[in-house]
Write a protein that binds this ligand. Structure first.
Ligand code: NAP
Length: 361
């Protein structure tokens, strides 16, 4: 199969580095462009990243000597050289929005890991197993942007990528409300223990903006396509508390769910075990074979042992039991920079290629 040519915008950053690792041997995607700020432009990828390589696996040798381009100044060249881009940049929101719209308007689809466009009404926010059908809004976005090829699609925040997938299969039981307390890894802030030593032996009970995202983004994920936009729906009112904990990767959540009908714990586990979405049906390269894994052991899932399940793309759930105030409670875990960031972006791109939204030039 002829591969799609892709670019990584923000390639030198933490999420960009994850994209580089995930795409180095990807069966469908071939990285043709690495781009970042003017600070990195003109340098080799190795020089531009310098001492900032944060991942345990080494930088793929094939990318070391690629010359990094300027995401803004070289935009037209980049958009003309690739079939689509992944975008994960640290810039003011208004600038990210403008950058992503400019690429899309040039006919270059943007798979965004940024939050700037998550609530743009005609931009789909996709968790491929849950709301793949939201891609239908792309044609309305293209009308607005004046292109029949470019568009922006975003992935949701990493904090909710364990509990929204765990709640979703329970919706037929009537989910009245949920409470989630998340325990989030330091890589979610783009850091490791060398760059954030204050996190060693420490817990910080505040992550700016995270609780709002954790409560509001599910309303768009469970939203409906109406009048050319995705209208958010408060299907499950969620209250969230987000806490930074001293782990490198992996966001855990303690979740409480009030159900209208309690079918018993075995039935809930069956709903999780049988849950599959478009990625599994289409056999996408990055799709986990089993999206939700349930652990019967009382002390699982554990961050260190279970975050890499199915190459970091699965959700681990455990400790399901009845609750005296809600109906049930459980614990769940997902890898924040794989499923929650770059891996989720790659899976979304695979879905949009398989569905014909992204075309090879
Ligand atoms: P990061 O490590 O700080 O990297 C930022 C990237 O943005 C670098 O490549 C940087 O390039 C580039 N950049 C900065 N200013 C730019 C400009 N004016 N033009 C073009 N590129 C520019 O950040 P990160 O942790 O990878 O996060 C990137 C994005 O992903 C953020 O929007 C973040 O919210 C989102 N995100 C992060 C996570 C996570 O787990 N870390 C999860 C989900 C989403 P230079 O090297 O040239 O400065």
């Amino acid at each position: 199969m002829e591969k799609y040519s892709v670019g990584i915008i923000g390639a030198t950053g933490m999420v960009g580095q994850r994209f580089a690792l995930l795409l180095a041997e990807h069966p469908w995607f071939d990285v043709k462009v690495m781009a970042a700020s003017a600070r990195s432009a003109g340098k080799t990828y190795k020089e531009a990243v310098g001492k900032r390589w944060l991942l345990a696996d080494p930088m793929p040798a094939k990318f070391e000597n690629m010359i990094v381009m300027d995401a803004t100044a070289d935009m037209k060249t980049i958009a003309g050289a690739v079939d689509f881009v992944f975008c994960a940049v640290d810039m003011p929101k208004a600038e990210i929005k403008a950058l992503e719209e400019a690429y899309a308007s040039l006919g270059c689809p943007v798979m965004s890991n940024n939050s700037a466009n998550r609530f743009t009404p005609d931009v789909p926010m996709i968790i491929p197993e849950i709301n793949a059908d939201h891609a239908e809004v792309i044609k309305y976005q293209q009308k607005r942007l004046g292109t029949d090829k470019g568009f922006i699609a975003v992935k949701s925040n990493c904090s909710l990528q364990s509990y929204v997938p765990a709640i979703h299969p329970l919706l037929p039981l009537g989910v009245e409300r949920a409470l989630a307390c998340t325990y989030q890894a330091i890589s979610g802030a783009g850091k490791n223990f060398n760059t954030w030593p204050e996190m060693i032996d420490n817990v910080i009970p505040y992550i700016g903006g995270e609780e709002e995202k954790s409560e509001q983004e599910p309303t768009k994920i469970w939203g409906v396509l109406e009048d050319g936009v995705i209208k958010p729906r408060n299907t499950v009112p969620i209250t969230a508390q987000c806490i930074r904990v001293p782990v490198s990767d992996g966001h855990m959540a303690a979740v409480f769910v009030k159900l209208e009908n309690n079918p018993g714990m075995d039935e809930i586990k069956r709903l999780w075990a049988e849950f599959a979405g478009e990625p599994q049906k289409l056999g996408l390269p990055s799709a986990p074979a089993q999206y939700i894994h349930y652990f019967e052991e009382d002390n699982r899932p554990q961050t260190n042992m279970d975050r890499m399940l199915e190459k970091g793309m699965a959700v681990s759930v455990g400790r399901l039991r009845e609750d005296s105030q809600y109906t049930i409670k459980f614990v769940c875990l997902s890898h924040n920079t794989l499923r929650g960031a770059a891996g989720g972006g790659v899976l979304m791109a695979e879905l949009l290629c398989a569905k014909g939204y992204i075309k090879r030039s």
